[in-house]
Write a protein that binds this ligand. Structure first.
Ligand SMILES: [Zn+2]
Length: 562
């Protein structure tokens, strides 16, 4: 998801970010001046939604969702079913299926038999009749209908958006990251379990066209003046990536010669925005070129890449990136410096195809794996277009947008939303680690290796940080602990005395020993290895004012008395 201005002192379960790229400085200052956050009280419903290793969830592995939904803008209602195919991992007789109020389950059917179920808020517990044999596949079909929650502030507070385009024609979209896909369709609502593939068959009134994930398999017109658009996503997909986009769309496409061969790139602007799309959306090609270089092959050649115009700012819907950035560079006319030279939504949301969709955090608490990496991808795209040094300087400007009021990793098991710092601070952490690795080809191998190692998988932060340490050959455990699990920014304390530099780390976790570059031999930067204990090294600077710490490390620097 993309950034927004943070409003109010505390927004429950709303993904918001304070971003230097987007915020004017005055607003950024307000971020740090706000009152301390009130502790969140977690509810039974949060645990039902946010825990995946529970008795009613952990015995079955979703393999296929077969989703069929008829959408009625006339009365803002939906009706349909989802046939859930799963593999049994261990014997059980009860399963949890999620569907949010006020939607109503009509029936749950397995082997032509109606099953009994009880509702606990947004979770349903269904009693199975047939024995569930380990390793076998079964299917359960959930029929449902109702008026799904209307999105209050999409994409951050999501649900259904029943809007109109500028000609007054219906324009419908869904957004549900964070909130959960069960806001409009029944599923196992956790990021930890993805189907191997999914059908999305959506029926909309003529002449609306629905564009969803994967490839369009068929369109079927019905006598009642509706059409079913059958989309098929051939790869594992996180449930919040499944989306409706129904409107008066135009369509054009091109073929991109990528790392894995020919990739179809399909574009779906509203009909009257076709010329603007042809002008602005060429950046999808430069995005693809840059990110395949840095992250490895686009993860969904079978499903293609799509850009779809929507009535919200945009979302990283898998193989169907949604776009609402007014066909302009920057972020809805905001941004700063080089950030005004490219289209924020194309770059940021598409970066999630690698970090977010290819590699998905099992628990929302680890969402910095999506947003921190997508934020960092902005710097890499800037580097691809404008060169390494200008991009690094632009990236470090994000420091002003970090609030540092809460650690990046939120509580596990309750679908907790990490703070907005997961964007900028996550990006700054990765930019800093690149400096520590100090070898661009090795760093690129780390990023491509991540996407290869965790290809189409759901992961934890520990898996990712262990991989980065191993692939870089540097134990970064304390670095991750410092930046992800505390709000402390490492302080590089130093003192110059003649030809001697005294230095140490303070404000750090115990054992923190991140190397850092300083002008030991001016004007060259040399890597040194501070610890919490004072160390001394010979210094060669003509003038004490020439002593510099490499500004690409996200640290505070302080000259102190010894
Ligand atoms: Zn994002």
């Amino acid at each position: 998801m993309s950034h927004t201005l943070q409003r109010g002192r505390y927004m429950r379960r709303t993904l918001v970010a304070a971003c230097a790229v987007l915020l004017p400085l005055a607003a950024a200052a307000q971020v740090s001046a706000r009152a301390p956050q009130q502790p969140r009280v977690w509810t039974h419903a949060d645990t039902l939604r946010g825990s995946y290793n529970t008795p009613d969830r952990n015995w079955w592995d979703v393999t296929f969702y077969d989703l069929h939904v008829a959408i009625s803008p006339a009365d803002s209602s939906i009706r349909g079913y989802n046939a859930i195919t799963y593999r049994v991992l261990r014997p059980a007789a009860e399963m949890q299926i999620d569907l949010m109020t006020p939607l109503i389950v009509d029936s749950m059917i397995q082997d032509h038999r109606a099953l009994r179920f009880r509702r606990d808020s947004n979770a349903f517990f269904v009693s199975l009749l047939a024995p569930q044999h380990i390793g076998r596949h079964y299917s359960i079909t959930v029929y449902y209908h109702g008026h799904p929650r209307v999105a209050v502030n999409p994409p951050w507070q999501g649900g259904f958006s029943w809007t109109h385009d500028s000609l007054g024609r219906p324009w419908i979209a869904t957004t549900d990251q964070g909130m959960g896909a069960s806001v409009w369709w029944p599923n196992k609502d956790t990021q930890a379990d993805e189907p191997d593939s999914q059908r999305i068959a959506l029926t909309v009134p003529d002449p609306l066209i629905d564009v969803s994930n994967g490839r369009l398999r068929s369109t079927k017109h019905h006598p009642d003046g509706t059409t079913t658009y059958e989309w098929f996503d051939a790869n594992p997909i996180n449930n919040y990536a499944i989306a409706v986009a129904a409107g008066h769309y135009a369509h054009y496409s091109e073929t991109y010669n990528g790392i894995k061969g020919k990739l179809t790139m399909d574009y779906w602007p509203l009909d009257y925005d076709t010329a603007a799309a042809h002008r602005q959306w060429v950046q999808a090609r430069s995005m693809m070129q840059c990110f395949e270089h840095w992250f490895g092959p686009y993860p969904w050649y079978e499903d293609g890449y799509k850009l779809i115009e929507v009535p919200n700012t945009g979302m990283e819907h898998q193989s169907a990136v949604s776009y609402g950035n007014w066909f302009q560079n920057g972020y809805r006319k905001r941004g700063s410096g080089l950030g005004l030279q490219w289209d924020f939504i194309i770059v940021h949301e598409s970066a999630h195809e690698w970090f977010g969709n290819n590699i998905t955090a099992k628990d929302q608490a680890d969402m910095w794996l999506h947003e921190g990496f997508a934020n960092y991808a902005e710097a890499l795209y800037t580097e691809c277009q404008f060169g390494k040094e200008p991009a690094a300087e632009w990236e470090m400007g994000k420091r002003r947008g970090v609030a540092n009021r809460e650690p990046l990793i939120a509580p596990y098991g309750v679908n907790a939303e990490p703070p907005g710092d997961q964007y900028n601070k996550g990006g700054l952490l990765l930019h800093t680690i690149r400096q520590v690795v100090d070898n661009d080809e090795k760093w690129r191998a780390v990023l491509t290796g991540l996407n290869r190692t965790f290809w189409h998988q759901t992961v934890t932060t520990y898996q990712v940080e262990n991989y980065i340490s191993k692939a870089s050959g540097i134990d970064l455990g304390k670095v991750f602990d410092q930046y992800l699990r505390t709000t402390m920014i490492p302080e590089f304390d130093y003192h110059l005395s003649g030809d001697t530099l005294a230095f140490r780390w303070s404000n750090v976790v115990r054992g923190f020993g991140m190397p850092i570059k300083v002008t030991l031999d001016w004007p060259e930067f040399t890597m040194i290895h501070p610890t919490e204990a004072w160390q001394r090294l010979p210094l060669h600077v003509a003038n004490p004012a020439d002593f510099k710490v490499d500004p690409n490390f996200y640290v505070d620097v302080k000259e102190v008395e010894p």
